[in-house]
Design a protein around this ligand. Structure first.
Ligand SMILES: C[S@@+](CC[C@H](N)C(=O)[O-])C[C@H]1O[C@@H](n2cnc3c(N)ncnc32)[C@H](O)[C@@H]1O
Length: 203
């Protein structure tokens, strides 16, 4: 599959790359992010690594760490990192959302699973060819989203930003966390529900 103009190996262990976050990478997270000299990023739920690797390829000085709870996905991501020779700037960890070793990042990016369990059973057949764990996240679809919003401040530098895709769940997220002033990114190339929030807004 192609993502951000780069070719990625994809199989039944990972989601087919299609996140609208590609648009943000192509735009170097402008106009929202002021690039620092040696920036760092964490991608949560990397799947086959398309977001983490495209970020490293597009932002030359960026150091990227990425996690996934699926050992199969981490293997695919590592193969893709080799394919693009970014091994030294992208490291993958088997972890439950955040890496075990606590570090602070300029950017946290995530396209977590966010499909409510009842909705998953009604999704068209092609979705059932992808790993359920890449799509479903509890009864209301919010299990991962909730934990990421709660824990992200501990992993963000001051002024750091979280970009997270929540797709069609965006109105529910906006309502549930009504005290947080999310920016919903205007997506020129299609898709919906990508939020931007700073560490300070989350705290
Ligand atoms: C929607 S897919 C995104 C894959 C890829 N980043 C993309 O955008 O194409 C979500 C990914 O999160 C992973 N995941 C699910 N629960 C997780 C958890 N608790 N911790 C880390 N990764 C998780 C899944 O295995 C899956 O690879």
């Amino acid at each position: 599959m192609w993502f951000c103009g780069y070719k990625f190996r994809t199989d039944e262990r990972v989601l087919v790359p299609r996140s609208p976050i590609a648009e943000l990478i192509v735009k170097r997270f402008q106009p929202w992010w002021s690039e620092t000299e040696n920036p760092t990023a964490l991608e949560i739920g990397t799947g086959g690594g398309c977001i983490a690797i495209s970020m490293a390829l597009s932002l030359e000085n960026l150091d990227v760490e990425a996690t996934d709870i699926s050992a199969g996905a981490i293997k695919v991501a590592q193969e893709n990192a080799l394919l693009h020779s970014v091994g030294s700037r992208v490291r993958f960890y088997l972890a439950d959302l955040f890496p075990e070793q606590k570090r602070k990042y300029d950017l946290i990016i995530s396209n977590p699973p966010y499909v409510p369990s009842a909705r998953y059973t009604r999704l068209p057949k092609e979705y059932h060819c992808e790993p359920a764990g890449a799509l479903v996240s509890g009864e209301d679809g919010m299990d991962c989203v909730r934990r990421i919003l709660e824990q992200a401040p501990d992993y963000l530098m001051d002024g750091g930003l979280l970009f997270m895709e929540v797709g069609e769940l965006w109105e529910v997220v906006d309502k549930t966390f009504s005290s947080i002033d999310f920016t919903w990114v205007d997506l020129e190339f299609g898709g919906e529900g990508v939020l931007l929030v700073s560490k300070e807004q989350l705290v």
